[in-house]
Write a protein that binds this ligand. Sequence first.
Ligand code: GLU
Length: 550
Amino acid sequence: MTTRKDIADITFPDVKETIADLKKKFPPRENPICTRFAPSPTGFLHIWALFTGTLASRFAEQNWWTFFLRIEDTDQKRLTEWWIDIIIQWFKKFWIKIDEWPIWPGNADVWNYWPYIQSKRKYFYEVFVKELISKWLAYPCWMTEEEINQIRENQTKSKLVPWIYWKYSVRRDKSIEEIAQKLKDTNGKYEVIRFRSPGDLAKKIIFHDEIRWDVNMIDNYNDVVLIKWDWLPTYHMAHVVDYHLMRVSHVIRAEEWLTSVPLHLQLFKACDLGVPKYCHPAQILKIEDGKKRKLSKRKDPEANVEFFFEKWYPIQWIIEYIMWIISSEFEWRQLNNPEKSYKDFEIKLDKMNHAWALFDLVKLDSVSNNYMSRISTDQLYEETLEWAKQYNPKLAELMQSDAEYTKAAINIERHTEKDPKRFTTFRDVENQILFFYDSERETLFETKPILPEIFNQALINNFVSKYSNILDLNMWTEERFNQLKEVWKNFWFACNNAEFKQWWYVWKIWDLAMFLRIVLCCASQTPDLFSVMKVMGKDRVIKRLTLIKW
Ligand code: GLU
């Protein structure tokens, strides 16, 4: 007589071990609590990845626990060493501490709970599924895609949930003998292996989510696929097997997985395993035309983490912004104690926002501006340099060619009473220091703003010869301004509105200031002009003025 175990043996003839054997191989961790991040190989790091990665790793680290990276590549997306490396580098860049990670090609035994690449764990899934078959909690299924589509179409017409269950699954209730016969006819081949869900159509379940507390849901009664046509596991099966064998205590994952929890609870029970704690943080949304919507990979450049780095925001600030989204208490704490590290902030899952978090670029700018205004000039120099090395190597070279000069240029008006808080992004720093370097001047000058026509060559020559004789950059700003006014009075520049109203003054001193800005900085908007001149030094200022050919 054929038994259920025989069916399991025919389906997975090479699998000899049991779930209990695997459990022994991967015993509970010394530090029993552990979190993970499970990206799929997309070649793109979503802001959400940074959010969950930061949350899971901070949560693990603050409790001296483990945070590991496991790659989800069973969707047959092409996995490359390059991609794993990108993820690890990005995480490192954002100071996310990873304790265990995949070592290419994924079967290196570096940490106890290896391998960390799903496609390399195929055997483990087979052990589990084989045991589920022998317990009659899973079954091989031969329904084709066309048959399934037909069933779904009918269900939709009858307003039923389009799931495969009970009478909708042709093999679910076949006898052992019938299944054995079918396996024989097909040489042991089948379309997929399905879960024989114990769920009930009318039942509701309550489970505890660490962030959302008690959650009510309808039970799962879908006989989901556990092993696909390519003999790789689905997300659901891999989720249960991996997080048990890798001894994960807290599953922190996107809200979209919340509806799968009833199924996952059934699967853990079917495999006779304890259930990890679930944490489903709220989605990150953005407002568009007054409506909230999910950040879209296609439409929103800010969905890609690269955006923030490339578009010039400092890493520390991005981390702080992520922490703000994680906890509104962090926002409060940071505003009151800006000098404290985000690492000193204890994340409490049960205090996290259940409601959607808004991704607000205006607020981001204000956080970033605050951060950039707060840090020391040395630190701002270092961070800009690190950014420039990757995104503008020429700027990095220039910055290093005269670090003191660069720092003086960055430092203009910073941390003074009149501090205009000039920088929100690295691009602002770039724009405001590039003109200081002589080698850049010519190129920048090509696109200089237009000057009033009064500034002809004769006038400029005349001015430069007078001004270079008296220019003294050690004077106070006020003195220097008066001195400049004196020189220019000769050229019919009014120094104030009252003078301007008199007929013989044709131009205002502000036109002159604009002239100097353009000649010295190649821009009409610059940091405080006299400070710029002071940083440049007299020789450079005179040289730039003399060089000008109109
Ligand atoms: N690769 C899955 C995703 O990106 C991971 C889900 C999980 O964290 O378990 O949605």
